[in-house]
Design a protein around this ligand. Structure first.
Ligand SMILES: [Fe+2]
Ligand SMILES: [Fe+2]
Length: 174
């Protein structure tokens, strides 16, 4: 049984995940406009992943017999600067999401809500991966270059990312 406080917090996290999807869709559109097809692809896959995060929580709230209540999705920025700046903004956003997930876990622990605590563990692990991915790309952009040939190479690499639906265990197949 979820407490009202927990339901409210989970509904807020659904909103955070959909906002994340919206933000990355905006970055994808920006990348396409700038002629960076690989970046556009990477952010489009990220958009799809974030939607699966939102739906995971959506399903959980439903499964617990509580009501999902959707909220307004804030407008994302539309300008992101250089590719490096865009990924720095991505990392910054993921750090914010990590904090939100940690706050949710803290709430579950305080409420002695073991089911939600276990449910949230997948997100705790996922956030480590999200931040690691962003850090890796930021390092590459700093190393190989934020423009010219280096950027072209990274764009080609990011073009290879494919979206895979998370498996039953919740791990995405990469
Ligand atoms: Fe997410
Ligand atoms: Fe994320």
């Amino acid at each position: 049984m979820l407490s009202n406080k927990m339901v409210k917090a989970l509904n807020k996290q659904i909103n955070n995940e959909i906002y994340s999807a919206y933000l990355y869709l905006s970055m994808s559109a920006y990348s396409t406009f700038k002629g960076l097809k690989g970046f556009a692809n990477w952010f489009m896959v990220q958009y799809q992943e974030e939607m699966t995060h939102a739906m995971k929580i959506y399903d959980y709230v439903n499964d617990q017999g509580r009501q999902v209540k959707l909220m307004t999705i804030a407008q994302p920025p539309t300008e992101f600067g250089s590719p490096l700046e865009m990924f720095e903004k991505t990392l910054e956003h993921e750090k914010f999401v990590t904090k939100c997930i940690n706050d949710l876990v803290n709430l579950a622990v305080r409420e002695k809500d073991h089911a939600t605590n276990i449910f949230l563990q997948w997100f705790v692990t996922e956030q480590i991966e999200e931040e690691a991915n962003d850090n890796e790309i930021i390092s590459k952009l700093k190393l190989v270059g934020n423009e010219g040939n280096g950027l072209f190479m990274i764009d080609k690499e990011l073009a290879t990312r494919v979206f895979t639906l998370p498996t039953a265990s919740g791990e995405s197949q990469t």
